[in-house]
Design a protein around this ligand. Structure first.
Ligand code: ASP
Length: 372
């Protein structure tokens, strides 16, 4: 419930017993309305941050980001390239933490971070996305607001520059949750989002990885990993970016964006845009963004499973995250990891792969970027 509603309810005088009293109440209400009108008008403007009004500022915020799990094993990446990733993770963190430290909403922060990572060619999302069996980038993204329980997603899109912003637009400006392909692109165009030629997403590195995949597995679809932690070819096939945040008003949000997996079938949708699988946020429990072999994350409803373990079994964020990634998924030989934050600002970043590009920043001074 927002501040405006609380004020209205708090001042409700109940049924008036006689007309003088009723007149007095109407007078009082009139004065109150006039007094609060400027604030009401500010909050009523389209685009004003809705999350601002849900609770008094706690001063506490936290942000966790990932740039995908399943990267190369320690020692196989050059020092320069490791540095390049760490610098970009730092920049992404800064974009989100600036918003949160200034009292902005978790929703704005996660969208901003993911947009930045979509624009960065190092990560498998937006520009730099991996390529499907036909050598095209088909992108998926989702966003969820833990305060309202609203969510939006797009899948299989190839001309929307920032799929995460299209996902937010679906959440805020349509009656739907998930739009795919041409329909999602038409919707993005109607709402004035940036569109690009499909070639914009293709980088020389991803083309090389695709050619390698094509020459080795021409007739086979992308195969699952032999075992978690695999540093072989499968580890190069995916990535994904994501962010989860707690803002000073106590609101949680999550966003994820991906190109999926190299050599995926045309039309294949991963877990990232599936609410509850790769992306989930609920103010009562946590916000989650996952990365890894999407089919397993869909079948195990990973993000919602984490929230449910907290809600129904009373597990801590850390216990729930670990039990899914290090136990349940490992037993299924499923590669991946996740990032999560709960309403207290606790964070969890488990992964069962060699590496997961990740970062955390929080109001209590926690600040870290890491790969292994
Ligand atoms: N989860 C993504 C997908 O399967 C890929 C990844 O995170 O690596 O589409």
């Amino acid at each position: 419930m927002n501040k405006m509603n609380r004020i209205t309810i708090g001042m409700n005088p109940g049924p008036a017993r006689h007309s003088t009293l009723r007149g007095y109440h109407f007078g009082m209400i009139g004065c109150l309305v006039l007094f609060f009108l400027p604030g009401i008008l500010i909050f009523a403007q389209p685009g004003a941050p809705v999350a601002k009004s849900s609770a008094p500022d706690s001063g506490k915020w936290a942000l966790v980001i990932h740039g995908g799990a399943g990267g190369p094993a320690r020692g196989t990446m050059s020092a320069e390239s490791e540095k390049e990733y760490l610098v970009k993770l730092e920049e992404a963190l800064k974009r989100g933490s600036d918003i949160l430290a200034a009292g902005g909403s978790s929703l704005d922060a996660v969208e901003r971070v993911v947009r930045f990572m979509e624009d960065c060619p190092l990560f498998n999302a937006g520009k730099g996305a991996v390529l499907d069996e036909e050598g095209k980038a088909e992108l998926d993204a989702a966003i969820m607001d833990g305060r309202t329980g609203m969510a939006g997603a797009v899948a299989g899109v190839s001309v929307i520059k920032n799929p995460v912003t299209a996902a937010r637009c679906v959440m805020e400006k349509s009656n739907h949750v998930l739009l795919i392909g041409a329909g999602a692109e038409k919707f993005a165009k109607e709402h004035g989002l940036d569109l690009v030629d499909p070639s914009y997403f293709i980088t020389p590195e991803r083309l090389k990885a695709w050619e390698k995949w094509k020459s080795g597995t021409q007739t086979k679809p992308a195969a699952p990993a032999d075992k978690p932690g695999n540093s072989g070819p499968d580890a190069e096939k995916h990535g994904t970016v994501g962010a989860v945040a707690l803002d000073q008003q106590g609101n949680l949000a999550a966003a994820t964006s991906t190109g999926g997996m190299t050599g995926k079938m045309v039309g294949r949708i991963g877990d990232s845009p599936i609410i509850g699988a790769g992306t989930y946020a609920n103010n009562q429990t946590c916000a989650v963004s996952a990365t890894g072999h999407g089919e397993y994350f869909i079948r195990n409803v990973v993000a919602y499973d984490l929230s449910s373990l907290m809600e129904y079994r009373g597990l801590s964020l850390e216990e729930a995250g670990k039990s899914i990634i290090m136990d349940k998924l490992v037993r299924q030989k499923a590669n991946g990891g996740l990032i999560a934050v709960d309403r207290e600002g606790n964070i969890s970043m488990p992964f069962n792969t060699n590496a997961m590009f990740r970062g955390v920043a929080a109001s209590d001074g926690r600040h870290e970027v890491a790969i292994y």
